[in-house]
Ligand binder design. Structure first.
Ligand SMILES: Cc1ncc(COP(=O)(O)O)c(C=O)c1O
Length: 380
């Protein structure tokens, strides 16, 4: 089997699973309980927080645990909008965000907020001049993803942060779900106020994640209850999942440069070889993350191609996992101006550090053959 669908989710590292089983079985006390078992769990929780904070180069008190990327994005966008609405009712985002940002913006629009969706260029990047032009006295939040989940485009987060540092009333949120562990980002240096991460994208477990919230900033909680996470996120903490997340992040970030270089080599090989196949067009721009290769085979229905490829046990996606079942064209590819036909025939290969060049070589042959097999039936 070749698994090239790591942007949808990754396989947990065996050591992460071991950690989860051990902590869930042996340290099951509620971290809020005052007895010994509770204290043990509380200690593990703070150790995990310290480890994650140190890997992300932030302070432990800036880490709030959540259930994953969707919750993190909802938490920040709704939390800022609802707490700071007296300051203004304008939010800026991009036209290529994950649905967990885009659909929250639609909800906020229905509540009366005004949302600007910045366009992107053919490289999938926003223009700083357009962001600058969009900022008004009413703007309270700018939410821009770091790495796009469909094509791997990278936004200039540092430059955006620099620009926003001259607008002290505007908060800056970054959806870092696809970037963490693959494209480094220093939140403090880049003037980021909030960022979202999700454990299952870096070989941790589904249902665990975190937000970074700059020290001292107030945020309205999404969940009310027992006051865990300093009242920012109520609910008994998933201690085993959180400790497993800390382990997954440490393993992902260890030996980073070597692993990132290897991933770039594999990605470049895939882009080169795929572009030689008749009818294949590469959608991933030049400035992109090391783990995503998006291409279209015009005239082919992406879903049918994915299933033909799957016959050889190569697992890939049509666009993003969330929209792959809705049969809609890729929003990102449309926004990049590459056209409807490319947007509705796009395939995403997404890699992890566990993938190899041999797998990439085999994958190219499988894709080539699948396109050939479908030629008589597929061309519309
Ligand atoms: C960029 C981005 N943001 C947010 C999410 C949502 O994360 P989760 O699956 O943990 O809810 C995803 C998941 O695909 C994503 O790719």
């Amino acid at each position: 089997m070749i698994y090239f669908d790591n942007s949808a989710t990754t396989k947990p590292y065996p050591a992460v699973l071991d950690t989860f089983v051990k902590v869930a079985g042996q340290f099951f006390g509620n971290p809020s309980s005052v007895h010994h078992l509770g204290l043990q769990s509380e200690k593990l929780l703070s150790q995990a927080r310290e480890q994650i904070a140190s890997l992300l180069r932030v302070d432990p008190e800036e880490v709030i645990f959540t259930s994953g990327g969707t919750e993190g994005n909802n938490f920040v966008l709704k939390g800022v909008a609802h707490l700071y609405k007296n300051r203004g009712n304008h939010i800026i985002t991009t036209s290529i965000e994950h649905p967990s940002v885009q659909n929250v913006c639609k909800q906020l629009e229905a509540e009366g907020f005004h949302i600007t969706y910045l366009p992107v260029d053919e490289n999938g990047q926003i223009r700083l001049s357009e962001l600058k032009r969009a900022l008004t006295d009413e703007t309270i939040l700018v939410s821009i993803m770091h790495v796009n989940n469909e094509v791997g485009a990278i936004q200039p987060i540092k430059e955006i942060g620099q620009l926003l540092s001259t607008y002290p009333k505007v908060f800056f949120h970054v959806d870092h779900v696809q970037g963490v562990g693959k494209v480094p980002l220093d939140f403090h240096e880049s003037n980021v106020d909030f960022a979202t991460i999700s454990s299952h994208k870096f070989h941790g477990l589904k249902g665990t994640g975190a937000i970074y919230k700059r020290k001292g900033i107030k945020l309205k909680p999404l969940l009310a209850g027992g006051g865990q996470e300093k009242d920012f996120r109520s609910g008994t903490e998933n201690v085993a999942g959180i400790v497993a997340m800390a382990k997954a992040l440490r393993l992902t970030m260890s030996d980073f440069e070597r692993k990132q270089n290897t991933l770039f080599e594999i990605r470049d090989y895939l882009m080169n070889e795929l572009s030689k196949i008749n009818g294949v067009l590469i959608n991933t721009p030049n400035i992109a993350a090391p783990h995503i290769v998006n291409f279209s085979v015009e005239g082919y229905k992406a879903e049918v191609l994915v299933h033909e490829i799957e016959k050889e046990q190569l697992y890939v996606s049509t666009t993003s996992a969330c929209s792959s079942k809705t049969d809609e064209p890729s929003q990102t590819i449309l926004a990049m101006g590459l056209g409807e036909s490319r947007a509705s025939s796009s395939i995403r290969l997404s890699l992890s550090y566990a993938n190899t060049m041999d797998e990439a070589k085999e994958a190219v042959q499988i894709i080539k053959q699948a396109i050939e097999n479908l030629k008589p039936v597929m061309r519309r």
